[in-house]
Design a binder for this molecule. Structure first.
Ligand code: S3P
Length: 500
């Protein structure tokens, strides 16, 4: 084998699922002895370390797709995967998890839980096993907790350690280090934790866990499942009742999973609207057998691809259809999409279904602000759908998009504009003018360490007049490892961008 060149049959081309690998130049990887991508990916899975080629940007180009077809399963839900590892690491006994998302964000959580004393093992059959420490049993990590790109991993774990009487230090990649953490440090300080971070409450940050935590009642200032979950998780190792008041519903995976592990959780509707969510301190959490359904936020990309590529019809299996996550599917249906939720059932405490999606002309709609929490991660791909629709789509109340993995409001507008779509930002609203004609495309979009911007514009290129490139596909591995290969198997033409 020639050092530095991957000669395994499963090279970059077959990982991309490209039917014509010979039309692209051989792909070189830096690193020892030509260890191939596949080997690096699997070692990354078990160690939680980033693959060696993570140092080099990977430009991809998406060209006109064949009609999409087939039945596929997208990777496991990211939100549920983080929570399964955290609660598995806290419960007494063994938790086995099938379908865990083996994306970089979740692997960072697994690694952090190991540093906090829990056992986290990938079994030979692909399931994961966590052996927990018991509530209050986490121990001081002997190194910095590097959460990579993962806002959910960082904020939820900060909640978990805030009521353990030791100090831990959190950091992450450039994107995570730029994201606001005050939204969690503020309520957690009230519970007795101390924080020393960078200006603006940003990582790296030391969390000085409360030695004698106090329960609080906290009204969420913004609809955020991450903040809600951080406080509820902190409440586990706190005496008495910790309550979070939520005026606008956000994803409820933490509440569902806490109940499943044996915590005492209550949910009381409030007379003026909203709910009070309470958790009782010091529960005995016991190991569980969990199955993680497919991620509706990842399913969103093939869904929109099938809607905009003429002649497509696909099935997405086993997708989590928890109502707190399905705002995109409701919106697309209002735009005229044909999305059938078949075989509806419940698995591991979450509603799941198979989605059957067929190409259909779309029309612009008005998306109300109160729908945002149920589709907060789906605006990049909804904006792509809107660009292929006839008429104007106004997406209202998107201030939270400015503090995601990138400033998504600007990133979407810049990307669409460079692809020849008329787009505007008015206050916190995003307005996309679809003409019903095929949008031009022909741009290279900067992902700025944002997986969902990358995937959204690769989908755009599947149906635009000219191909669309992204400057760096590496962030996609945070939530959707194997994205390009899966899309190519269905009919996409996503390949390394030889011109980059
Ligand atoms: C998540 C909550 C959302 C979402 C994120 C995952 C979670 O963030 O954007 O990708 O798993 O709790 P916010 O809580 O900041 O809205």
């Amino acid at each position: 084998m020639i050092p530095g060149i991957c000669q395994n049959e499963k090279s970059a081309f077959s990982l991309l699922g490209n039917p014509h690998p010979s039309s692209f130049p051989a792909r070189r990887y830096p690193g020892k002895g030509g260890m191939c991508y596949e080997a690096r990916e699997s070692s990354a899975r078990t160690t939680g370390m980033k693959p060696l080629n993570a140092m080099r940007p990977e430009a991809l180009l998406s060209s006109i797709a064949q009609p999409l077809s087939g039945s596929v399963r997208v990777p496991g839900d990211k939100s549920i995967s983080h929570r399964a590892l955290m609660l598995g690491g806290l419960a007494l006994g063994r938790t086995t998890i099938a379908g865990l998302l083996e994306g970089e964000d979740v692997l960072a959580t697994a690694q952090a839980m190991r540093r906090l004393g829990a056992e986290m093992t990938r079994l030979e059959d692909g399931r994961w096993e966590a052996v927990g420490r018991g509530v209050g049993g986490l121990c001081e990590p002997d190194d910095v907790l590097d959460m990579g790109n993962a806002g959910t991993g960082a904020r939820l774990l900060m909640g978990l350690v805030a009521t353990h009487g030791f100090t831990s230090v959190f950091t992450g990649d450039a994107s995570l280090r730029s994201r606001p953490m005050r939204r969690v440090t503020e309520p957690l300080s009230r519970m007795g934790a101390g924080f020393a971070g960078r200006d603006g409450g940003r990582l790296p940050m030391a969390v000085i866990g409360a030695k004698t935590p106090v329960p609080i009642e906290y009204t969420l200032p913004m609809p955020s499942a991450q903040v809600k979950s951080a406080v509820l998780l902190a409440g586990l190792n706190t005496p008495g009742i910790t309550t979070v008041i939520e005026t606008q519903a956000s994803r409820d995976h933490t509440e569902r999973m806490l109940r499943c592990f044996g915590a005492k959780m209550s949910s009381e509707p409030l007379p003026g609207g909203g709910v009070a969510l309470s958790v009782e301190g010091f529960p005995e959490l016991t190991g569980q057998t969990l199955t993680v359904p497919a991620d509706p936020s990842s399913a969103a990309f093939p869904t929109v691809a099938a809607l905009i590529v003429p002649g497509s019809r696909i099935t997405l299996e086993n997708v989590c259809v928890n109502p707190s996550r399905t705002g995109l599917y409701q919106t697309l249906t209002e735009m005229g999409a044909s999305i059938a939720m078949t075989n509806q059932r419940e698995e591991g405490g979450e509603p799941v279904a198979d989605l059957v999606i067929a190409h259909k002309p779309l029309f612009g709609v008005d998306v109300p602000p109160d729908r945002a929490p149920s589709m907060i991660d789906e605006y990049p791909i909804l904006a792509v759908a809107a660009a292929f629709a006839t008429g104007t789509t106004r997406m209202r109340g998107l201030s939270e998009l400015r503090v995601k993995e990138s400033d998504r409001l600007s990133a979407i507008a810049r990307g669409l504009d460079s692809c020849g779509v008329r787009v505007a930002i008015e206050g916190d609203d995003l307005i996309v003018h679809g003409t019903g004609a095929i949008p031009p495309g022909g741009a290279r979009v900067a992902t700025n360490l944002d997986h969902r911007i990358g995937m959204a514009f690769l989908v755009f290129g599947m149906a635009s007049a000219r191909p669309v490139g992204i400057d760096d596909a590496r962030p996609i591995a945070t939530s959707f490892p194997g994205f390009a290969a899966l899309m190519n198997r269905m009919g996409a033409a996503i390949a390394p961008d030889a011109g980059a």
